[in-house]
Design a protein around this ligand. Structure first.
Ligand code: PMP
Length: 433
């Protein structure tokens, strides 16, 4: 393992971080469990960063991919009709509830967001974009420009002149004491002020936003904010793009798309991660006129290829036929309620947030109550030692974030909750001593 780590460090750029003091190599998986190269087993509460949405070694997905491989056709390109792609696009268009929707497939969330931004800017003949503070939208040139999280901003180049809105920064002193309704009013007033004096609304193509910020530590605006924003945006024809890369497919339990919690239908939604259950697929679903409006020819060589879309169809069918959205609501509530109950005695736990199978815990210094990246690092190690894989993130790197496969059972949810709470207790005791 140390040998592989040394080889990794020698040839992989140093900004590709690996978790843990002693990074692990996952060599096999089944359901919600994985095994590392040392033979240690883990319950996986991070699922390849929300990507192994059904867990590991799912027969339905494997068989769909194997059938495609057996045909001899791995790739043809979009110069030819691809049945799997058309079928998957039909399903996603319908599920989107966007009228006359069309779908363009890519290989990643970054490319999906790039496509949505291009469609919005071309349609609006605009060059500026609104985004949320603390956001993450990808690692390509345009998506880095609309990413409001310095830890993930590879470059400050910004072709859009991005303006960042309030909404996910409620912990800041001026907002902390406001009710949901007051906070939404304050955010909307800020947007109105920006568009009525700060910038020319006609220059703005779209607002791009994650309904629940993934990399940002599962921070979220109060329900209804994006509907309130959209009323203002509609006055100017500015479009709304919901980045559903982490929140789509029922993960939030209450809704199939995260943005539905706000009671608003966006003009476009982008997706990636979970749809292929590990196979590379992303895309944008949006109003047909907007996606048709992108000029010139367009191709994403591998986007929507026969293998990825075979996996996508099988995964989506599985999510729907097993009502995994409901499972996310039920198992997620058990875990979130359990963490909240345990947190009452834990001085190192700050806010506990979450919705469905997307939940997070802020780690704070017990004395100052300030966010503590150091304690989050310790908690990450403590979970691994107990056989639980979780993620770490947040704007200040002080958040444990978790998103198990949507197939997790009630027993596994309780088991993972127990491991997590035990790890937090150990860090709490150490911090107090
Ligand atoms: N949007 C969001 C909300 C994401 O979480 C991510 C990936 N973490 C992306 C976009 C970019 O996706 P990808 O890494 O597939 O390019």
């Amino acid at each position: 393992m140390t040998d592989l780590l040394a080889r990794h460090r020698a040839v992989i750029p140093n900004w590709v971080n690996v978790y843990y003091d002693q990074p692990i190599e996952i060599v096999s998986g089944k359901g919600c469990r994985v095994t590392d190269s040392q033979g240690r087993g883990y319950l996986d509460f991070f699922a390849g960063i929300l990507t192994n949405m059904l867990g590991y070694d799912v027969a339905e997905v494997r068989e769909a991919v194997e059938r495609q491989l057996a045909s001899g056709v791995v790739h043809t390109s979009t110069l030819y009709l691809i049945r799997n792609q058309v079928e998957l696009a039909e399903k996603i268009a319908k599920l989107s509830q966007i009228p006359d929707a069309k779908v363009f497939f890519t290989n990643s969330g970054s490319e999906a967001n790039e496509t949505a931004l291009v469609a919005a800017l071309v349609a609006r003949k605009a060059n500026q974009v609104l985004a949320m503070r603390g956001s993450y939208h990808g690692r390509s040139f345009g998506t880095v420009a609309v990413t409001g999280n310095a830890a993930w901003k590879a470059s400050s180049n910004d072709p859009f002149g991005t303006h960042y809105l309030h909404g996910t920064d409620r912990q800041l002193p001026p907002y902390r004491t406001l009710s949901d309704a007051e906070f939404i009013d304050a955010c909307v007033a800020d947007l109105r002020a920006l568009l009525s004096g700060g910038i020319h609304p006609g220059d703005v193509g779209a607002l791009i936003a994650e309904p629940i910020q993934g990399v940002g530590g599962f921070t979220m605006a109060p329900d209804g904010l994006f509907a309130a924003y959209k009323e203002v945006l509609d006055e100017h024809g500015i479009l709304l793009i919901s980045d559903e890369v982490q929140t789509g497919w029922g993960r939030t339990g209450a809704h199939f798309w995260g943005i539905q919690a706000h009671g608003v239908t966006p003009d476009m939604m982008t997706f990636a991660k979970g749809l292929g259950n590990g196979f590379a697929i992303g895309g944008v679903v949006g109003r047909g006129d907007l996606l048709d409006g992108i000029r010139g020819n367009g191709i994403s060589t591998f986007g929507g290829n026969p293998v990825a879309t075979a996996a996508g169809n099988a995964t989506l069918d599985y999510v729907l036929s097993h009502d995994l959205q409901k499972n996310a609501a039920v198992t997620g509530a058990i875990i979130i309620d359990g963490i909240r109950a345990a947190a009452a005695d834990l001085a190192i736990v700050g806010e506990v947030r979450g919705r469905g199978l997307m939940f997070a815990v802020d780690l704070v210094d017990p004395a100052t109550k300030r966010l503590s990246p150091k304690l989050a690092g310790k908690a990450l190690e403590a979970t691994r030692e107990r056989g639980l894989l979780v993620g770490k993130g947040g704007l200040y790197g002080a958040t444990l974030r978790m998103a198990p496969p949507l197939t997790i059972s009630v027993a596994e949810a309780r088991e993972g909750l127990g491991l997590l709470v035990d790890a937090l207790r150990a860090v709490d005791t150490e911090a107090a001593g």
